[in-house]
Design a protein around this ligand. Structure first.
Ligand code: DAK
Length: 262
């Protein structure tokens, strides 16, 4: 692959958008390679993903403006669909995805980060949806995900004004969970990913699905039915049997031994 690096680190993996000369802007090839990378993640081994950008200046500075500048209406729609499909794949990916936002996250870059489960950022990060300044709407889910994440009022302000916000404001409005000096960002993401990977994998996956599907449900009653089903689904798994036996049994070593090869 030309623009995507994929590094497995035990039970988690790091995807790096590697197009530093163009501030990791998303052209069709980057989107295709990201899609293929996700298809090839070994879900029997990998329990969490991190997505970041190459270098120390930019996570992703948006969709590739050069490529978009000559698109026809039909091609624009196809490009939007390509991005939407891969971002939705990420959003509904069975395992948690952490965006380690290391600089500019503009347009499609902000949208990419919002398709991830968790966003943490470097102190030099800048977020924004500058599309209306370019004569277009956000096209990779920005109008929908930003409003859901930070509320309609602040999302509308960001999108209508096309004003970028700095990391501290992104933290204040809840667009990111935490800020780190650049050199501490990836280690923090890795610590979080390995912490997630230590927990019961079926339960973690079911939590992601319950939260996502519940947020899309028509009402709280439907949402709670989704949770009930995914809660029930955890029972009779080795993870559930082990987790509860380990808590209840005074002889922890015996429990570890009994479940060693399961
Ligand atoms: N696309 C292509 N190239 C980009 C780029 C981008 N988005 N952002 C930066 N680059 C390239 C620059 O052209 C430059 O290339 P060279 O001139 O060196 O060849 C190189 O990266 C370094 O950038 P700068 O020289 O501009 O660096 P500065 O530090 O001066 O400025 C910047 C950094 C991030 C403030 C600036 O590069 C910038 O404003 N970039 C554009 C940011 C932006 O507007 N991004 C949003 C793009 S719009 C849709 C589908 C998708 C979308 C919408 C609709 N449908 C089909 C419905 C998505 C839209 C977007 O994402």
């Amino acid at each position: 692959m030309e623009y995507i690096l994929y590094e497995v680190k035990g039970q988690y993996a790091i995807i790096t958008i590697n197009r530093e000369k163009a501030l990791n802007a998303l052209n069709s090839q980057v989107l295709d390679e990201l899609n293929e990378t996700l298809d090839n993640v070994d879900l029997n081994e990998i329990r969490a993903l991190i997505i970041t950008g190459a270098g120390e200046k930019s996570f992703v500075a948006g969709a590739d403006i050069g490529e978009m500048s000559t698109l026809t209406k039909a091609e624009g729609e196809a490009f939007g669909k390509k991005g939407n499909d891969v971002f939705r794949k990420l959003e509904t990916f069975p395992i948690p995805v952490i965006a380690a936002v290391n600089g500019f996250a503009l347009g499609g870059g902000c949208e990419l980060s919002m398709s991830c489960d968790i966003r943490i950022a470097s102190e030099n990060a800048v977020f924004g949806q500058p599309e209306v300044g370019l004569g277009i709407t956000p096209g990779f889910g920005g109008t929908q995900r930003l409003a859901r994440l930070i509320g309609a009022g602040m999302a509308k302000q960001m999108i209508y004004t096309a004003r970028n916000i700095k990391a501290d404001e992104a933290l204040r409005v809840g667009l990111v969970n935490a800020l780190y000096p650049m050199e501490e960002l990836l280690p923090a993401a890795e610590k979080m990913a390995s912490g997630i990977a230590k927990n019961a994998p079926i339960a973690v996956r079911n939590c992601k699905k319950a939260i996502n599907d519940g947020l899309d449900a028509a009402n709280m009653d439907d949402a709670l039915v989704i949770e009930e089903k995914l809660f029930g689904d955890c029972f009779e798994t080795e993870d559930q049997k082990y987790g509860m036996a380990f808590f209840l049994d005074k002889n922890k070593e015996k429990v570890k031994e009994a479940f060693k090869n399961k």
